[in-house]
Design a protein around this ligand. Sequence first.
Ligand code: GLN
Length: 300
Amino acid sequence: MTSPATPLTLTLGHLYPDQLNLYGDRGNIVTLRRRCQQRGIKLRVVGLGIGDALAPDEYDMLFIGGGQDREQAPVSQDLYEIKGIGLWASIEDDMPVLAVCGGYQLLANYYRPANGPDMRGLGVFDAWTISKGPQQPRCIGDIAISWHGMTLVGFENHGGRTYLGTAKPLGKVLKGYGNNAEDSNEGAIYRNTYGTYLHGSLLPKNPHFADHLIELALQRKYGAGESLLTAQEEPPVLNGKTHIGITDAADLHVATAAPEVSTRLTPLDDSLEWEAHASQLERLGLHTEAVAALRIQKKG
Ligand code: GLN
C-alpha cells in the first residue's frame, strides 16, 4: 500500500538507445513519460547500452526499438551474452516489454539478414525472420491493424519477413504489410511482451496501447487488488473498478490482480491523438474504423 504522500513511480529500461533508434522510436518513451506525468506518476528512464547488465528488479517496463542490420548484429550478441538472462527473467515475471521492428526480430528465434550470418534471437517469441534482400522489396508504408476490437496505426519499414511458430500475433493487418505481407499477421505476443513492426512512433497515435502498457506496469508493481487511492492530495491516478477494458482480464498476466478486476488510469484528453489516429485510418481507406476511433475520442 503506498503511503498518502508517496507518488507512484515506474522505471523504464530503454535498451540500446544508441543502436536501435530508428524512425522516431524514441517518441514512445516521450509518450509514456508524458502520460505518466499527467497522472502524477513519476517515470524514470534508464538507458541500457551494449555491455550494460540488466537487473530485472531495477525496472518496471522495458522498451527496445528498431535498427538497421549492421546495428542489430552487436545487439544480438549482447542480448545473448549479457542481457539475455535478465531480460528472460523480467519477461517470465510478466514485466511489460515493447519491442519494435529490429528489437522485435531479436526477441524471436533468429533473424537471417540479406547479407551475413543469422543473428541469434532470444527466442521469447516462437518466430523467425528472413530478409530476402533486393529480390524482395522492403515493407514500407503506413499500416493499420486490429487490436482487441480496436485499431493500432503506425509506419513500417523492414526488409525482414517474420513467420510465427506458436507465438500469437499482436493483431491482424487491415492495411499494410505486417509480419510478412503473406499471412496478415502483425507482431507477436508472449505474456506481457509485445513485438511489432509499427514504428511511427507507435504510442503517440495509439494512446490506448500506451495506457495498456502503463497499467500493466502499475498493476505488476502495486497490485491491482490493492487500493492505490490512499488519501492523496493530488487527484487519484487509478480508479479501482471491475472492468474488462481493452485488454481481456485473461490476457492480463498481472501477478497480483484478482482475475476479474483490473485497475484503470484516469482518462486523459486524447482528442488530438485520436484525430491523428482516425486521419491515418482515413488515409488508408478504413472509414468505418476511423469513425469508431473518433467515437472513442468522444467517449473520452
Ligand atoms: N533491419 C531490420 C529489417 O530490415 C529491421 C528494420 C527496422 O528496425 N526498421 O528488417
